[in-house]
Ligand binder design. Structure first.
Ligand code: M6R
Length: 610
């Protein structure tokens, strides 16, 4: 939620900031702004615009930002205060000397605001963020670092902050609690940012600022302290992913590009993690003996990652007989979960910054559970707070609708399930050999489905007028149905519900008439016949059916209006294949309806507020 980039060096800050900001637009896009210390008069110069960064660029064209070598900028996802120009960041103090950008939520901002108002501070916006600028001003006696340090001690909540001051053009201050912030190290220039892509074209040397740390950044020096003032020697990481991986590479949208990348993501994961018939879970941090002692697993996750977790439950229970429960992270701590020493809490998250999942993990830790995370973003908060970390290495996912991160999460959950099946002695060698062989074949099958993309696009277009969709699946593909519905609703805004097909007769069938489209996942399975019965019930009520079926299924076409075939595979592995047409159907419907596929309304890529 919200993207920050800051610069200090010898170059003109404004173009660097705006370019970097564009790489963070996936984090929020309801307003944006930039602030610098002007070289000509030493004063702050500020430009803010409502809406996407393109509007800020237009504003800068008509009202150029003066040259300046230190600056901060921000793209916003509104929490406190409507999405408009006034509430856009950066925010200034009353003296107009201090500027700040913020990602997170200040929970005690009303108390602080009232106290500051009594002291004569005048507020222009409805944001919680503006309070921080005034609070810093109230502590400022000429030493910016000290003022920021004192101010943040009074803040409750989550924040990643970038601060500049016209009295100190040689310094950029950064601090974090709960929201991500990195420092990029360059030659005679340094950066701060919410995420690596923003600064990747300038540097690959990164410091992941930790919770409770504050940094004083000059163009040639970075000093980091904890909030009590103790100096910290930071670890410098080298980022390896390509600049290319954060560009669209000729695809119309990041989502489409990421859908196409799935085969490769899985291929690389299996190459890295499968050695013969052994699963290598480097990073897990548990010996086989410790893994054998695990007698129950709780998966916590949100959104698409939650759906991956649900598939994980089916496959782990099937292959290892270890009982699994899956919780939406935001609900986990409100149900008094029973956690013992033998419980493994598995957190699944693309970003590793999802506030609800982090809160669930902290709750589980406090109860004594071991935390293993499946996460895509290296060095994220979740990765750092977990006892073991299984990176999916899917590369940066920019489209707000998660696709390749989901597939990668599935991949890792299957690997973990096989490992658990092995250590719990529930899987014979031959069974392990077979499922690994089939798993390795999945990437090639993805490419086969993608070759049929135009047929899927045609079906999507024919059905794009429906005002309501149902997605039905059974057993291991019930979560696939939920994921299909989520994809469609988030990018096309068409109301869509996912159901376990057996639930139809318990209510949802009342919706069916000629105006409903129903997507039925009817791939080869033990519940295939039951799904056919569901389809007949829908057909006889005039519902339009799009079936996802297995190649070679000769009868399915009698029951469905349209059929998308996926290649035959091991029944247990069908979630990998069935989800791909669903992603594409959602994509092509959204495109047909003229929706903003990569940046759907009201959403942001990583949800760093609870
Ligand atoms: O970064 P995370 O995987 O923790 O994010 C969880 C959800 O916010 C995310 O999957 C969301 O549901 C996506 N927009 C779905 O496409």
């Amino acid at each position: 939620m919200c993207g920050i980039i800051g610069y200090i060096g010898d170059k003109n800050a404004s173009p660097i900031l705006v370019n970097g900001l564009k790489k963070l637009e996936y984090r929020g896009y309801d307003s944006s702004g930039i602030g610098i210390v002007s070289l000509s008069d030493g004063k702050l110069a500020l430009r803010k615009a409502h809406g996407k960064i393109a509007n800020l660029e237009k504003l800068i064209k008509s009202h150029p930002v003066p040259a300046g070598t230190v600056g901060i900028s921000h793209t916003r996802w509104a929490t406190h205060g409507a999405p408009n120009r006034v509430n856009a960041h950066p925010h200034a103090d009353s003296s107009g000397k201090i500027l700040i950008v913020h990602n997170g939520i200040i929970e005690n901002y009303e108390t602080l605001k009232n106290a500051l108002k009594k002291k004569g501070h005048k507020f222009l916006s409805d944001t919680d963020t503006e309070v921080i600028a005034h609070l810093i001003e109230s502590h400022y006696k000429g030493d910016l670092f000290l003022a920021v340090k004192k101010a943040i001690k009074e803040l409750d909540g989550a924040f990643a902050l970038g601060v500049i001051c016209s009295d100190h053009p040689e310094t950029l201050i950064a601090a974090r609690v709960g929201s991500p912030l990195i420092i990029g190290l360059g030659k005679n220039e340094n950066f701060i940012a919410s995420d690596v892509p923003a600064i990747l074209e300038h540097t690959r040397k990164i410091i992941y600022l930790k919770d409770g740390q504050i940094a004083s950044i000059r163009k040639d020096k970075v000093s980091i302290f904890n909030f009590s003032g103790k100096s910290v020697i930071p670890k410098i990481d080298k980022v390896t992913f390509k600049v290319d991986s954060v560009a669209k590479q000729g695809y119309a949208h990041f989502m489409l590009k990421e859908v196409h990348e799935q085969a490769d993501v899985l291929k690389q994961m299996f190459q890295r993690r499968l050695k013969g018939d052994s699963v290598v879970l480097e990073g897990l941090g548990l010996t086989d003996k410790q893994l054998k002692a695990v007698n129950n697993i709780i998966i916590v996750a949100c959104g698409t990652a939650y759906h991956a977790g649900m598939v994980g439950r089916y496959i782990i229970e099937h292959l290892s007989s270890v009982p699994v429960s899956v919780d939406v992270s935001s609900e986990f701590r409100y149900r008094n979960p029973i956690v013992s020493k033998q419980t493994l809490v598995l957190a699944v998250s693309q970003s590793g910054e999802t506030a609800d999942t982090l809160a669930a993990v902290r709750e589980a830790k406090a109860k004594g559970a071991k935390i293993i995370s499946i996460c895509n973003v290296v060095g994220s908060s979740l990765a750092r707070e977990s006892d073991g970390i299984l990176y999916t290495h899917a590369g940066p996912e920019i489209g707000v609708a998660s696709t390749k991160a989901y597939t990668a999460q599935l991949g890792m959950l299957y690997l973990l399930a096989i490992k658990l099946g092995f250590v719990h002695k529930r899987l014979a060698k031959t069974a392990i050999h077979k499922i690994i062989k089939d798993l390795k074949h999945i990437p090639a099958l993805y490419n086969k489905i993608l070759k049929n993309k135009s047929a899927i696009a045609a079906i999507a277009k024919k059905n794009s007028h429906f005002g309501c969709f149902l997605f039905l699946g059974r057993n291991i593909n019930f979560p696939t149905a939920l994921e299909g519905a989520l994809k469609l609703k988030e990018i096309s805004y068409i109301p869509a519900e996912g159901y376990a097909a057996g639930e139809m007769k318990h209510g949802p069938i009342a919706l069916i008439d000629e105006y409903r489209a129903v997507v039925c996942i009817a791939t080869e399975s033990d519940t295939y016949e039951k799904m056919i019965s569901n389809m007949q019930e829908i057909k006889s009520r005039k519902g339009k059916i799009i079936a996802i079926a297995t190649e070679g299924d000769k009868t399915i076409a009698h029951h469905a209006t349209h059929v998308v075939y996926v290649p035959k595979t091991n029944k247990l592995l069908t979630p990998f294949l069935a989800v791909l047409p669903l992603q594409l159907i959602a994509y092509f419907i959204a495109v047909k309806r003229g929706c903003d596929v990569d940046q759907p309304r009201n959403l942001a890529k990583s949800v760093t507020v609870e």
